[in-house]
Design a protein around this ligand. Structure first.
Ligand SMILES: Cc1cc2nc3c(=O)[nH]c(=O)nc-3n(C[C@H](O)[C@H](O)[C@H](O)COP(=O)(O)OP(=O)(O)OC[C@H]3O[C@@H](n4cnc5c(N)ncnc54)[C@H](O)[C@@H]3O)c2cc1C
Length: 441
């Protein structure tokens, strides 16, 4: 790998092992990376130069936006770090966001204008990975996915060209950027259409007792609820003294109408095993979570399980999910409501799988010695596989798998065939492979 050539082309931008700042540069949110070199891009021209060099050398590229995915820790290759490309420009309701911005900064910048964009729930997650994979957050039922708000993108292609992509200019490529991941180039700027947003109602409900009747009530409540309401259900073991074990429902109502939010949640609050812990009106940036970056000295254990997009949260699915959690002491169960605006988008409009899903479910046991062993692991995998089979697809962004074939599990056959055609046109040599990889058709 001729790093000297790259260094002379992009002076001051390239960091390699042994250089000052190497350890800081390779510290991703998800762990410590081991790339061959990192380009800390300060301009679109830097990104284009790095891509041209890597394509010429046959070196795989990892694009770093928020650095939350598992791809950052795959060894080798060139990391193109977009962290410095984080400008946020607001022009009416059109919001132009640099490819390295994080959702916390975007939410703060938009709040000053009384605006919001559908995002994820964690402040430090990047606009890049989240949007290109879909992006499920508190506005998903009101406004759809983050990708559904996208109206254009500036893209550095595998050939190193800088192009503007919209529905009108490149319909297939624009389709692929909304759910197909980082397979098609480096997005250096995302253009979103924002919505008016002054405040949200944020509610947490504490839960006791059997989760089954609560989940059935939650499902039925959401069926009747206005699309302003989105909920999550989370049941976790004790992680540390600040995060005790227990199940919680968290709800966000888009807008400041606390009475309407309370009325939508009333069927849940009537249950004996559900109690209100907090309901208040607040700014949207305040509800985004802060997750500490991975601690290299104390790595997270593996996760045996997965996620699935359920067309229906059936009684059978509830039974299996709760039984999975009960059977595995150190396991998590997470559910989130979909439907609403998410489901208004026709399946063929974007590359996101399973628009007919009404719930997202994720469960997994932490692979901790003493709790999971060679005998129990296959049993857990089988239990999870039976749950996954109930679903209509998998949400790639919530998977930490770096298996080369994993993308084959994510998309319906027709979607994958179209993605492979777009890949063949825009990245035939598969320069962008550090992602849920779509191979050129
Ligand atoms: C703590 C935590 C909370 C999360 N919360 C949510 C949530 O609420 N909702 C949700 O939907 N998901 C959520 N996720 C999943 C998240 O969407 C994915 O992990 C996503 O890939 C992270 O994006 P990133 O830019 O931070 O990651 P990165 O690791 O920087 O990028 C992820 C992938 O996208 C590619 N990529 C990134 N930026 C670009 C770009 N500009 N152009 C081309 N390719 C690019 C990368 O090459 C890589 O393959 C969460 C993840 C974590 C770890």
């Amino acid at each position: 790998m001729q790093i000297d050539e790259l260094t002379s082309e992009l002076p001051g931008r390239v960091v390699a092992p042994g250089d000052d700042g190497w350890d800081a540069a390779r510290h991703f949110h998800s762990g410590i990376g081991e790339p061959d070199a990192i380009v800390r891009a300060a301009s679109v021209a830097d990104v284009a130069g790095a891509v041209r060099w890597a394509a010429g050398e046959g070196v795989p590229i990892l694009v770093r936006s928020g650095g939350h995915s598992a791809w950052g820790t795959v060894p080798g290759g060139l990391t193109v770090d977009l962290t410095a490309l984080n400008d946020i420009d607001v022009d009416g309701t059109l919001v132009r966001v640099g490819g390295g911005a994080t959702w916390g900064h975007i939410a703060e910048a938009l709040a000053d204008h009384g605006l919001g964009v559908s995002s994820g729930d964690t402040a430090s997650v990047g606009v890049g990975g989240l949007t290109l994979g879909g992006g499920i957050g508190w506005m998903v039922r009101s406004w759809g996915l983050a990708a559904d708000q996208l109206v254009g993108a500036q893209l550095v292609t595998a050939a190193g060209d800088v192009i503007e992509v919209t529905e009108a200019t490149h319909p297939d490529l624009f389709w692929a950027l909304r759910g197909g991941g980082g397979n098609f180039g480096v997005v250096t700027r995302f253009d979103f259409r924002a919505h008016p947003l002054d405040a949200v109602v944020f509610a947490t409900l504490g839960l006791t007792g059997d989760a089954r009747p609560i989940l059935r009530a939650l499902r039925d409540t959401l069926k009747a609820a206005p699309r302003e309401l989105t909920v999550t259900f989370m049941d976790v073991p004790a992680m540390d003294p600040s995060a005790p074990a227990g199940a919680t429902i968290t709800a966000v109502w888009i807008g400041d109408d606390e009475a309407a939010a309370r009325s939508a949640l009333a069927p849940l609050l009537d249950l004996d095993d559900v109690h209100e812990t907090d309901i208040s009106v607040t700014r949207y940036p305040e509800v985004l979570e802060d997750m500490p970056a991975a601690d290299p000295d104390n790595p997270m254990p593996g996760f045996v399980g997965g996620n699935t997009l359920l067309r229906e949260l059936s009684d059978d699915a509830i039974e299996r999910l709760v039984a999975f959690r009960e059977a595995n002491e150190a396991s998590v169960l997470f559910l989130r409501s979909l439907g609403g605006a998410f489901g208004d988008v026709p399946q063929e409009r974007t590359a996101f799988p399973a628009r007919d899903a009404t719930w997202f479910a994720m469960a997994g046991a932490f692979d901790i010695p003493g709790l999971v062993d060679d005998e129990s692991r296959p049993v857990i995998v089988t239990a999870w596989d039976a749950i996954e089979a109930l679903g209509a697809g998998i949400y790639g962004n919530f998977s930490m798998s770096t298996d080369a074939d994993f993308a084959d599990k994510l998309y319906p056959a027709a979607t994958m065939a179209r993605l492979r055609e777009v890949k063949r046109e825009w990245d035939p040599a598969n320069v962008f492979s550090r992602n849920h990889n779509v191979r050129p058709g």
